[in-house]
Design a protein around this ligand. Sequence first.
Ligand code: ARG
Length: 565
Amino acid sequence: MKDYKKVVASAVSQAVDGQLSIDEITAKIETPKSLNLGDYAFPAFVLAKVLRKAPQMIAQDLVEKIDHAGFEKIEAVGPYVNFFLDKKDFSADVLGDVISKGASFGDADEGKGGNVPIDMSSPNIAKPMSMGHLRSTVIGNSIAQLLEKTGYKPVKINHLGDWGTQFGKLMCAYKLWGSEEEVKKDPIDSLLRYYVRFHEEDVDHPELDEKAREWFKRLEDGDEEATKLWKWFREESLKVFMRVYDRLDIKFDSYNGEAFYNDKMDEVVEMLEAKNLLHESQGAQIVDLSKYDLNPALIKKTDGATLYITRDLAAAIYRKRTYEFAQSLYVVGNEQKNHFKQLKAVLKEMGYDWSDDIHHIPFGLITKDGKKLSTRSGRIVLLEEVLDDAVKLAQKQIEEKNPALENKAEVAEAVGVGAVVFHDLKNDRLNNFDFNLEEVVRFEGETGPYVQYSHARAMSILRKAGNPGLDATGNYRLDDSEAWETLRLLADFPATVLKAVEEYEPSVIAKYGIHLAKAFNRYYAHSRILEDDDQKEARLALVKSVAEVLKESLRLLGVKAPDEM
Ligand code: ARG
């Protein structure tokens, strides 16, 4: 596919005889808000100073000087020169490209094969996975797909919260009130119950705290029973998390959690000491970060215990050594913003310039009925329940719309789960949003099911046409103004992918998908696609291209695209 902005820029460049370089011209070219004003516009007033002429005049002159070949028309409107591309040429170029490339349309080589570890999901064991962890999981997964499409090698790391003094409490509680059968049956639920009970009883029995400390000490010292219990809690919790990951169809490359770095922190502390960065403050060891306008990073507590950031320092260094990364990403809620600023600052102080390649990808909160979801207030929305409810709603709608559908259960799962994922990704990730299931699963409006439905509609048109063997040898010269918006959007896909990956922003793709689906549905409402005339094949090529690009957009978001629904 040609770069049409460049085509326009070089046409302008040939007419301005040297006052502006081609790069300067390219940077000035705009895309008009309305298609009535053409496909590209050059603001002639940028030449007003040099030419000492009125912008309208310059625009008029340019229209006369520019070579019109390859354009439908070029006209001056006020101080602008508006360019209308030749529809047939453009159509043949774009559709030919989508059809020959298929799912690889929009692939890029920006990453040059560089590794990008993505710290994502990272729930805490023995606790329910929250909606925040779901956000991290789906945003991280989509960024991984986008990175892969643009030539990077993503490495998905689940940095499980599997270490800390709370495990002493949990073991203590389990030994007092727990049962193996209960944990096996419903691990997260029962472990959470023991933990909550510990905190209740602890109020009147402060000696419990001492016991919990002992258990944690045993765990740290590698005591056999404590280690066995810890491993078992971890395994059982992971089994539950895996159920969610399986439904989302998300796989991780590593489950190295916090505990993995237990034997890697001494080295970090030694390096900090050797570089004279560690200072004592009220018995604790800290790194002063006042020159970064940040609070000091607490590396070791008075009792010698290491902290969350100490583990993250060890993890960051481990990832650099293991993956020699191009970038290292952390998809974690915005509330941990300062933590990641501190992490980067300490690494910088240690002399690691690659600290600049670390990026925290924050995201906002999901609220329910305007209130924050948190474990303490009991407002935990259990993820699996949300997914189950979404699938049920999808089922109901399929039952109404397409009762004869063959693989209803499979499609309902794809639509229900896809709806939740899409909803999570369609807003700018930093925005907070409220979760209303009915709205999320609607087949109309700006939802995942709407985009899936548009894809299925395109597939059904192709089926009705007898699945024509359209291929790259075809010359799809579509000359239909109703199709123009859709064609332009198809051509925008590669640039949209690049924008999404540059901004680590899956919503760019989700919004694009909605936009393309809407344009296509408008086209569908106005055109007789299957009518037998000389443009039929070109129209079908458009339909096939839309199906291809919608499917790929959904894939980049981690959402499935059923052929029928
Ligand atoms: N387990 C943490 C939590 O649930 C998130 C961990 C994020 N990753 C990291 N490397 N700090 O809040």
